[in-house]
Structure formats: C-alpha cells, structure tokens
Design a protein around this ligand. Structure first.
Ligand code: ADP
Length: 609
C-alpha cells in the first residue's frame, strides 16, 4: 500500500509557497489534463509574462467551518508513482498564523520556505516554532528564489548555518535543506544543473522517501467518543475515530473519565461488522454492559491518560482581543468541550530568541506557557505522548471564535496533591436544618438601579420570615476580601470569581445569599452562574433605565463620570450588557421600594426560594 504523507507549506505572502507546490504538481504530471489546460489559459491573463503561473493551481481556497473556526486552508490531494500526498496550503495574509496552526495540526511534515535573497526572517522562526508547537517532527527548509542570488553556494551555506542554529531548540526529528527556485523549477522534481554544488535530493524525491511513522507511538488503544448512536432499542454504539492502537471484539476497555470498565461486544467500521479496528478508522463500538458513556468520554485499553481539571499548557494566541488571566473560555480537547479559565500565564516565549518573558497579557500571535483550569474533569495526555488528547483549542464564549490553540505539557502537580473531602454533614443536611433552599440571588443592573436598596429590604423581609441569609455587596466586599483588587479587567474578573466562590460556600452552609454587583459583562455573570451552579443561581436584572439612574444619581457618580472624573463607568463610558434570560427582571422606576420587594418575593417564591 502506498503510504500517505500529509504536509503543510509555510511561508510569507511572497515567498512562493503556491508556486512551489504548483510547480511540483505540474512537472510531475500530477494534475489532471483539463486542469493543466485551464491553467495555461488562465495564465494568459496571469502575471508570469505569458508563462504558466503555477500559483494559480492552488487557488480557489476552500473555506472550512467547524465550531467557530473559520479558516482558509486549501487542501490538495495528489499521487506520484511512489506516494500519495495531501498538502495544506495556507494563505499568507493577516490570519495566517491561525490558519497555519490549523493546517499544522493535521500534518506530518512542514515545508518551510525561506527567501534566499532575504535569509532567515522573524517569520521563519515563527513558522518553525508553530510547527514544533503543533507537534510536527519533520521539516524541510526550501531555500527558494535561488535564481535571484545567482545560485550562489555561499548564500545557501550562510542560511544553512543560521537554520541549524535556530532549529536546535525545536527538537525536530528530521530536518532537510534544499536550495530551490519555485518559478524556474530548480530541484523541485529534477536536479538542477545550475547548482552542481548541491548533492542532495529534489523536493519531490525527498517527500516521496521520508519516513514519518511515529516511532514513539504507544501500543494502547484510544477512542475519543464523538457521538452516541442509538438507532433502535437493542443497539447503543459509541462512535468516533480511533486515535491510537487497535481494538478487538471481547477486549476489556475502560471508559474515562468515569473509570468504568466493560467488554467490546461488537465493532462496526463503515457500516460493516468487523472483529477488529485500528488507529485512523472511524468506528462504532458497542459494549457488553449498560454503562454511562457520552460525547467527550474516551474509551481506552492499555494506556492511562490523565483525568483532571488542571494542567500546564503551551498556547498560541490567535485572537485580536488579548488574553486576560482569569477569563472564561470554552476548551475543546478530544471530542469534549468544557468551560475553562487560564489561571495564570507563567511566561510568554520570545519567538526570536526563545527567551521566557513574564507577563499578565498575551497578544495575537504570541506563544505562552500557562496553567489552565477546566470546570469539569477532562481526559488529557501530554501532547508528546498522545496527540489527540494532548492538543486543544480555546474558544471565545461570546464571539465563538477560536482564540488559541495549545498543547498539554503536564498535569498540574498541585491538583494531584489536592483531594476533595466529602464531609458527613452535607449541604442538604445544613439546608434542611434551616428549613430553606439555599440560593444565590444575583442582582445586576446599572449604578443607582436599586440593587443595594432592594437586597437590603429583601433581606429584612426574608429575615422576618425566619430565613437564614447573608449579603455580599460590591462596595463592602472591595473593602475586605477584595481590597487588593483594582478595576482593570483582570481584577474585575477575579473580583467576580472570588465573590462567586464565597457565595457558593455560603450556599453550602445553607444560607440564602443576596448579592449586589453591577457585573456589567454577560461573561462574568455566566462564570458566576457556573461556579455557583445553575440550579442555585437566580439572576435578577434590575432594569431601571440609564436616564432614571442618572436622575437619581444617589452617590453623585454619574456627574463625575460625565465630567470624565471616573473613567470606564458602566452605562456611560463602559458598556453594560443586559442579561438575555434573567430569572427575574424588575424596573424600579415609578415603583415604591415596598412594591418592588413585594414583586421580588412573589417571583422568588415561584422559583422555590
Ligand atoms: P444600586 O445599588 O443599584 O447602585 P441603590 O440601591 O444604591 O442602587 O440606589 C437606588 C436609589 O433609587 C435609592 O436612592 C432608592 O431609594 C431609589 N429608589 C427609588 N425607587 C426605588 C425602588 N422601587 N427600588 C429600589 N430603589 C428605589
């Protein structure tokens, strides 16, 4: 069987990536006849002086959309006498880094273009680093445009020395340098007579011969479950693509994260029943026991990936919006998507020197090592051990864009050393003793909307009913628990996180918690809801209008904000994002406090509080 080589080309806009691949396809007659004709016709109006513009071959980019990832990666399939190839060509425009990372995640090898007339540039280092980050172990440096430097051996040697120096830190398994000219065709498919000093292989010959099989590959079986299929009452199959190893009917497998075990009852591959299946195949696996398996679970045999919530990872930031510590994202690893936060950025990495730089923020195209905490246990492994369970993407929860891609470096030791202790007196018992259902009533709204007034009155009424309550007020909390926090984005996020954790503890203690925070951003409130638990969280939107709040101006803050004395004031110089589906909405304008509280109590009662 002909082996398949999946590779990616990396280069900047004018480095000649498309021309290089186009030339290879054309020379080696790897394109279809009608495509060849179309190309010649097209080139009549093309840019290459009436000659063939090979870059046209890779045009007509295919846009791929998957869970918020919009990429422009052209995949080209071709076959030579000796091998089949899939090449991902990524456009060299602004979104390049993101696209390259997506392309690289599928590839076994990278062809990195270097312009001979310019030498090793920042991009060359960046491309090499991203390839290394995405787990590419084999690289070819194509030193292109040799025609522009008169096929000079000295120029090639100088660039080779620089590349050798640069690449030592990436630990690529193989690295090969070829002097080429993509436009003229030197050393692409035929050895060039213009560079007699080069004794190596042509690009095509090298790509045909290189062995990219993973010598580190583990024996164990790994199947991240993509879908649970239930066509009828009798059959329940777990579908997905086998990430590693082999499985046979009768094998004992473990389901992660639960750790439950069962035996394989049947295996289907492409609708056909089979006794065994191996890595790369899409299968449906049926188990003998009725155990709980859902999308995101992983079936394993003979390997023990980590199950946990915290790990250290290396990420490439791809979002226009900077990364902020503490912000909540979706993390997609294997087939599982969970909310996660970047707890802290340990350091970012200078793409040029590899130096570690201390920082709290990360900007587009920067690479950093950081600690990540997920809301639920995920199944993961070191990227170097299991590629599919070791790489992930972070998705912005508001824009749904891919903000980063990353690879797991190791589990966070501190997590392994912590154990959750189940106590004998539970939350339920404490609540029962108090004869109430603990909830967190989260008031949000503009300054002056009436939050503090309402929670104060509400607490008095609940207290009078014999309820056990506690108030967490924005200003009060900032005078104690959160006095070390300012008003920057990181601090705002941390403020809400701490308050949420405290509210949760108080709910655990059996108390009804009332909070009053402007909490202007949906994402922060969503994080609070996740920490406290959806069932315990009652979002009350105090929807009093800006005009009314400004008219009241209880604390004189609007006046100060309007005169510019207070920057970033919610509703004036900073946005307030109203809740989309609050449990309760109340506009206090034109109502007495008593009327408002009556209404709230009625609504709270409906919600079981
Ligand atoms: P916030 O805590 O939302 O910043 P405050 O409770 O401090 O707002 O201020 C709200 C102001 O509006 C108070 O002066 C309060 O007396 C007044 N107000 C008028 N009507 C109502 C009402 N129905 N509910 C709550 N507050 C009201």
């Amino acid at each position: 069987m002909q082996s398949l080589l999946k590779f990616i080309t990396c280069g900047s806009v004018d480095d000649g990536k498309s021309t290089l691949i186009g030339h290879m396809l054309y020379d080696a007659k790897l394109i279809f006849a009608d495509q060849e004709k179309a190309l010649e016709l097209d080139s009549k109006v093309g840019s290459n002086d009436g000659g063939i513009d090979y870059s046209l071959l890779l045009d007509g980019l295919m846009a791929e959309r998957e869970q918020g990832i919009t990429i422009d990666v052209a995949y080209r399939y071709f076959t030579s006498d000796r091998r089949s190839f899939i090449v991902a060509d990524t456009p060299g425009h602004e979104e390049y880094t993101r696209n390259m990372a997506v392309g690289a995640s599928f590839a076994d090898l990278a062809v990195i273009l270097v312009d001979a007339s310019k030498g090793v540039l920042v991009q060359t280092r960046r491309h090499s680093r991203i390839c290394a980050l995405m787990g590419i172990r084999h690289v070819v440096y194509a030193i292109n445009k040799m025609d522009l430097v008169d096929y000079d051996e000295g120029t090639f040697d100088d660039i080779s020395v620089e590349i050798e120096k640069m690449a030592t830190e990436y630990n690529f398994e193989t690295k090969y340098l070829i002097p080429v000219s993509a436009t003229v065709g030197d050393n692409i498919t035929k050895i060039s007579p213009r560079m007699p000093w080069y004794h190596g292989k042509t690009l095509l010959a090298y790509l045909e011969e290189i062995d990219v099989s993973d010598k580190m590959a583990q024996d164990g079986f790994v199947l991240p479950v993509q879908r649970v299929s239930r066509p009828n009452r009798e059959y329940r199959g777990f579908q997905g693509q086998i990430a590693a190893g082999e499985i046979r009917t009768g094998d004992e497998i473990t389901v992660l994260p639960s750790g439950n075990t069962s035996r394989v009852k049947s295996i289907y591959n492409m609708m056909e029943k089979t006794d065994s299946a191996f890595a790369g195949q899409a299968v449906s696996v049926e188990l003998e026991d009725e155990i709980d398996v859902s999308r995101g679970c992983v079936l394993v045999k003979g390997v023990k990936p980590n199950v946990g919530k915290m790990f250290t990872a290396r990420i490439l930031w791809m979002d226009d919006v900077k990364l902020v510590e503490g912000k909540n994202y979706y993390l997609k690893i294997g087939t599982l998507t969970v909310p996660a936060i970047i707890m802290n950025i340990k350091h970012k990495i200078d793409v040029n020197t590899g130096a570690k730089i201390k920082t709290e923020r990360l900007f587009k195209n920067e690479i950093a090592v950081c600690d990540i905490a997920c809301s639920d246990p995920v199944v993961y492994d070191k990227f170097s051990v299991q590629k599919d369970l070791g790489c992930f993407i972070l998705i912005d929860r508001v824009t749904n864009m891919t903000s980063a891609c990353g690879v797991v470096e190791h589990a966070l030791r501190r997590e392994g050393n912590l154990t959750w202790h189940e106590m004998d007196i539970t939350r339920e018992l404490r609540a029962k003793q108090k004869g109430q259902t603990p909830k967190t009533i989260w008031m949000t709204g503009l300054s002056g909307a009436g939050k503090s007034t309402l929670i104060n009155e509400l607490e008095k009424r609940l207290f009078a009913q014999g309820k056990h309550t506690m108030i967490l007020d924005g200003d009060n909390v900032r005078m104690g628990l959160n006095k070390n926090l300012g008003f920057k984005e990181v601090d705002r996020i941390e403020n809400i996180r701490r308050v949420s954790e405290v509210a949760k503890l108080m709910n655990d203690a059996g108390l009804i918690v009332l909070t009053s925070f402007i909490s202007p951003f949906r994402q922060d409130r969503r994080s609070a809801r996740e920490v406290i638990g959806n069932d315990n969280f009652i979002e009350v939107y105090v929807s009093t209008s800006l005009e009314e709040c400004e008219k009241r101006d209880v604390k004189g803050l609007y006046k100060k904000a309007r005169s510019g004395e207070i920057p970033n004031f919610s509703g004036i110089s900073s946005p307030y994002e109203p809740p989309k589906q609050p449990e309760i909405t109340i506009d206090t304008a034109g109502q007495t406090v008593e009327e408002s509280v009556d209404y709230l109590l009625k609504e709270l009662e409906k919600l079981g509080c």
